[in-house]
Design a protein around this ligand. Sequence first.
Ligand code: NAG
Ligand code: NAG
Ligand code: NAG
Length: 241
Amino acid sequence: MVAFKAVLLIAAALGVSAQNTTLRYMPFGDSITEIVCWRAKLWEKLQSTEWAGVNWVGSGKTENNCKDTKYDRDNEGHSGFLAINIANNKQLVGWLKNNPADVITMHLGTNDIVQQGKSVTDIIAAFSTLVQVMRDSNPKMKIIVAQIIPMGLGSFNTQIQNLNKAIIPWAQEKNSTDSPIWVVDQYTGFSGSSDLRDGVHPNDSGDTKMANVWYPALVHAFEVAKAGKAAVRDVEVPFTA
Ligand SMILES: *[C@@H]1O[C@H](CO)[C@@H](O)[C@H](O)[C@H]1NC(C)=O
Ligand SMILES: *[C@@H]1O[C@H](CO)[C@@H](O)[C@H](O)[C@H]1NC(C)=O
Ligand SMILES: *[C@@H]1O[C@H](CO)[C@@H](O)[C@H](O)[C@H]1NC(C)=O
């Protein structure tokens, strides 16, 4: 009995009893993450899988008339925000402190280009800062970065494509085993006219396309994140035996 109690104490000291293996996913971005329905569609798509119980996290709960009352609305989409400003103002630091995550998706850069004509170099530098913030929060953060969707207004798509091209070598350089970065292409196959409701935000057809692009990458990221957590448990079990 004494030995049994000692074992429990050791387990508590190691944090085993406090460990929660429910995965946490943060959808992070601007209005193309906040006032859209791809989050609802993606959540629905996951309900028939083992990832139905993943906890979506973030400070926002914006709903966009998605005609879906059930989905987990928590997200970190901020309409009008620039990647560069989020990085410079260290906003993601607090967002992740309040809502830690295992997996994060990022669709950013549209406002940098459209509102302020920022250079690809400066946007990519902001991405580097944001990835560092993610890894400071969780050294094993699984990161999915989008090559962003086209615009239907103005003539921004050349610059958007320049950013999208630069994302690949940047992600390869920043990649790591503990905290992989996967790039998904939200641009190719997305129509700047028939997939947007207002020239900027996806309509039903665009939301479906975006959900379908996120889906396989997100499922893979959940698998890798779960395997990582299981490995931590396996290491701790012999201590308690
Ligand atoms: C783990 O976290 C999830 C979601 O935050 C919660 O629903 C669940 O009750 C927690 N489980 C334990 C054992 O604390
Ligand atoms: C990063 O590494 C993972 C394997 O850990 C790989 O699947 C992924 O494609 C790599 N990312 C890039 C941008 O090359
Ligand atoms: C999406 O919006 C465009 C115009 O913005 C329209 O042509 C198209 O029919 C819409 N599609 C759907 C599925 O809402």
